[in-house]
Design a binder for this molecule. Sequence first.
Ligand code: DAH
Length: 330
Amino acid sequence: MTSNLEAQLLALRQEGEQAIAAADTLERLEELRVSYLGKKGQLGALLRSMGQMSAEERPKIGAIANTVKEALQASLDKQRESLESAQIQAQLDAETLDVSMPGIYKPQGRIHPLNGIIDRALDVFVGLGYTVAQGLEMETDYYNFEALNTPPDHPARDMQDTFYLPDGNLLRTHTSSVQIRYMEKEEPPIHIVAPGRVYRRDNVDATHSAVFHQIELLAIDEGLTFTDLKGTIKVFLQAMFGDLPIRFRASYFPFTEPSAEVDLQWNGRWLEVMGCGMVDPNVMKSVGYDPEIYTGFAAGFGVERFAMVLHQIDDIRRLYASDLRFLRQF
Ligand code: DAH
């Protein structure tokens, strides 16, 4: 009886150890633990038969059963450890980075030539102490014309063919409207530079677009003169184009007096690049500034014109065509 049970215990141990050593997953290992050592497991079942044993035999068999239990538990622990570390190793292997693999180039975006010009121009003016300002693309007649000394019957309006909206508003024809919006809110001294889109009813061709970009410049302070305007424009054009000859030519704009246009000598000919002038006293009055105290200068230029000159672009439409063959050059 005793030896029979002893033999069964030893057989259980041997069989258990083999099965545990062969377990290849943690789930399988758990099944084996339940099967051998669990409450309703095989070891328990054997021990329940100890009830019929004599008092001398019982401690001996009990001791053997304990050894079997400990041995099986030790096998389970050992196998668990080895399965867990194999699992970690497999994960590490799967995550290994092969630095000898060839790289994959992700094409980078580029700055559009128009944005490139705007960025450069703003940088120059910010370097001179100017603040970047913004207005609205949909404007009222007041901000686009009237407050800029361009009353309803003024002939200057004929120069600008305007897109009028059904509600009576319009698409701004120049960034000069930002001057008024800014001055209304702030007090002098003012030094702003304002980039933005403008709209005109032009037929599209190689040199015209119904939508284009301007950058507006405005400085208001006590004692500003035409010399300050000339000096500022010269520094700016030098930063953009290098040391090219420039000239100021008398011109007319309703919102400046005197007014000038600036030409740049480019490839042997004079090229007009911007309009400018001393802010007209009427413009000062329209925003409540006293023209006896303050003077100022303003300028506006077309970004497309700058881009075409700087990058030798022969057709303005290339700037809007989103043709990568063109855009990748910049
Ligand atoms: N607004 C003018 C245009 O679109 C450009 C211009 C001229 C702006 C003179 C100015 C200025 O600020 O002083 O043709």
